[in-house]
Write a protein that binds this ligand. Sequence first.
Ligand code: ADP
Ligand code: MG
Length: 298
Amino acid sequence: MSIEVENLSKVYGEQIALNNISFKINKGEIVGFLGPNGAGKSTMMKILTTYIDATEGLAKVNDCDVKSDALNVQKQVGYLPEHNPLYLEMYVREYLNFNAGVYKVSKERIEDVIELTGLTPESHKKIGQLSKGYRQRVGLANALLHNPDVLILDEPTTGLDPNQLVDIRQLIKSLGKDKTVFLSTHIMQEVEAICDRVIIINKGKIVADKKLKDLKADQVQIIEVEFDYRVEDVLLNKLKHVSLVSNTHDFTYELTFSTKEDMRSVVFDFAHDNGLKILQLNQKNMNLESLFRELTSN
Ligand code: ADP
Ligand code: MG
């Protein structure tokens, strides 16, 4: 198991940042840790990387306990902290050399990492001269220096422009081919672009933990239908799988169904059986973004 968290809580004074969290991540998975600001993502990542202690519970990386075996945990994880703190006055290669000294890694490995993260054309520059996208690459290169098994990336794409975003996502995805990646984000699209699985956290609690393909299958479907005459809500509420009926205007209704099954023909049959004509019908699938909002709004 790459990451194992059991009944973990973190309290800062009065603030409960993590509330009895448990999850496991298998070797090789790319898992998105999704949640709104203040959900507890960074706190979880700081605990996993041994920067702070949990108040209660257990956390392990590659079977090493973060508390009792912190040094071994540090050897196995590469961490890109939120806001990626870098020394702007240092040159890229100089900075990586400096950190390589801490980890005792070879000069060759530094060159490999520069190449791997696409830094070669910028490696002679000062970090302060780099674009945000390239600074993120430096942060990633730094996290990769000691060739860790597990990468923990805290909002690696926040603040990037759309092109940089695509580049960094691609890089993370390719790194994920031979590493376990646990990355936080507040963007559902990002999870869709990179991850196999998503753990959604809200106010310190896990509200969903699913494979992306299952999450897509779980989706609800919304049918907007305009009839030629008024219909009683009670009748529409009797339709199978219907979870919500709302009369959006005049004779137009928005019907929410909790099923994958295509409900359009059911709505047509309903109209027919009730002597109604359908003037318009639209089917919308609720996307992952709206699902995220549903799970994390309160
Ligand atoms: P996220 O990374 O998901 O935005 P954080 O883990 O940073 O969330 O924060 C979770 C909660 O813990 C927030 O309410 C935040 O204000 C609080 N928090 C984080 N760090 C501290 C701290 N050092 N002292 C007090 N409260 C903190
Ligand atoms: Mg954070």
